[in-house]
Design a protein around this ligand. Sequence first.
Ligand SMILES: *Cc1c(COP(=O)(O)O)cnc(C)c1O
Length: 420
Amino acid sequence: MFEKDSQNKKFSTRIISEKFSKKDVHGAISLPIYRNAAFEFPDSESIAAAFQYKEEIVSHTYTRITNPSVENLERKIKTASGAENVMMVASGMAAISNAFLSIAYAGSNIVTSPHLFGNTFSLFKFTLAAFGVEVRFVNTDNIEEIAAAIDENTCAFFCELITNPHLEIADLPEISKILKTRNVPMIVDTTIVPWCGFDARKAGVDIEVVSTTKYISGGATSIGGAILDYGTFNWEHNKRLASVANTGTMSQFSFKLKREIARNIGAAMDPDTAYQQSLGMETLQLRFERMSETAYQLAQFLSAEEKVVKVGYTRLDSSPYKTISDRLFTGNPGAMLTFSLKDKKTCFGFMDRLQTIRRATNLFDNKTLIIHPESTIYGTFAPEMKEMMGIEDNLMRLSVGLEDFSDLRDDILQALCKQN
Ligand SMILES: *Cc1c(COP(=O)(O)O)cnc(C)c1O
């Protein structure tokens, strides 16, 4: 459990007790949704002060820039994570693209695993490539390979905390040692295990990107993303950020991101979303622990089933990543697992017989979801691309929700038993 805290309160208490930046005039117990676009000022001097960042308590001017409801969620995430700066955006992809648009430049490169969320892969390989940014794919299990791929134009090392659907875990603390000697920041997509289960700063993460659509939204209520800056990297080593001001309260990265990139891109989080996700934060630990525990029980149950060819869950003894999983995560490695049946046809038949488990994409809804990645998420990728990304066609991904373990087990069992 991540316990960094000035008040010595536990995770859920800290989030639920987080104060508003200004007292609500009606004493509302949850910060109301500020669904307006612009904010009024009493006089010309005060609006000028707000625009010139000369206020003691920062006001809001325009919702694309900042908004009280969004700021309230940022405060909760700051408390949950211990990050120095948090910025909410419209989606997980907006978090990843805004972060890279803040540090990459023509001629720079990103060192990463090819095992990435589909749109992240496409962002690096196609979107950023058009602006002269190179992506260098490495095997993140091989530290020498990572070190060899880095040069003076490497703007970041990037990876996902647990890759999906491969379920690999890079040894972040070890990789961080190399990155520090080479002055390269570590950016990690930690969507898969939230702050109550993983301490990013301790693992050496400099910048964290999260799809808050998943665990944080409180049951797939909304799309959102977060960018967290731990204030641990010296950006003088980034050719693009070296000349940016370091304000003392904001690193060059956060300054560039908040004052320029996010405003110009305009993928601001909606205030309604911020309200829903603030409530999601309050139940985060409860949901995460329950879902993860059920995922572990299901992984053990599936491992004992004869018709199941393979089960992926990094807490299982059968996972080559068990040691690092136990070291990085305070409890279970989250609510996602994979399992394989004989072939693709068997997977389709099995999925069609499920009654409690739903066929849908997405992760960490309150409902248990199943998907066959090869034919869906990677369905339009060329065969060579699927091969390169290591996508197997007999594998299914399960995102475990809040239903009772016994009902999920029984649903899987009835669908397996009718298998021909
Ligand atoms: C879902 C997801 C994303 C993208 O998030 P959106 O909110 O859908 O934009 C990125 N990374 C990971 C690991 C994800 O699971």
